[in-house]
Write a new protein. Sequence first.
Length: 279
Amino acid sequence: MSKETPNILKKILNYKKEYIENIKRDLPLKELKSMALDCPPARGFTNSILKTIENDKPAIIAEIKKASPSKGIICENFNPSIIAKSYEDAGACCLSVLTDIKFFEGSNEYLKEAHKASILPILRKDFMIDTYQIYETKKIGGDCILIIISALSDVQAQEIVGVAHEIGLDVLVEVHDREELERGMMLRTPLIGINNRNLHTFETSLNTTLSLLTDVFQDRTVITESGIHTPDHVKLMKKNNVHAFLVGEAFMQAKDPGDELKRLFYNNCLLYTSDAADE
């Protein structure tokens, strides 16, 4: 882990350890692994992002998120199936679904619903600390996992990435600063997510992404996370050759998340064109 793990992250990780031990008693790893390996192949999260960028489109990972520790309830009329389809129709290339129960009011069921409603690859957004969760992700229909570098030791991170790749899941490595970026790039995964939110203060700054870009390996694709709220934010990232975005609150606070996606990336600026936006 990083030298100073934020208090909120410590609290979440302590809860997560206890939670995982409880669910292991209900469904032992051996049974879960067998179920996971019987599931269909993953949809190809990384491939979807790379192909979208190659086609000069913004690779938008649109998030299905009911609540957060800092904001409380974000979306009152929360229907994962409707939201997932709305995002797909609006031009997202991937989905992200929160599955943490206690702090984000998420659920594995939400991911299952999104998987049924949309053909888009899905990132399971949760706090991955145990390989058990990787097999669980495959079982519920996830295509990619998130690993937060500040939550893991290098050994833990390598083990989790190894198991994910072994069963055909992609990995998004999330970092917040230069030290975490250096650690994250030691992992064999092409996606680097730079989270613009400071977990100590909860403030966001797009300069976090911009300041780290020169240190990212050429063979990695940067996904900017948090703080994208206006077309000017999108324009700034595009100007700096960042074409992949993970956006949650900006969409979820809107009456229609899909319409907000189109407004942010297409309608109010001549940055990108989309077949979905033209319909």
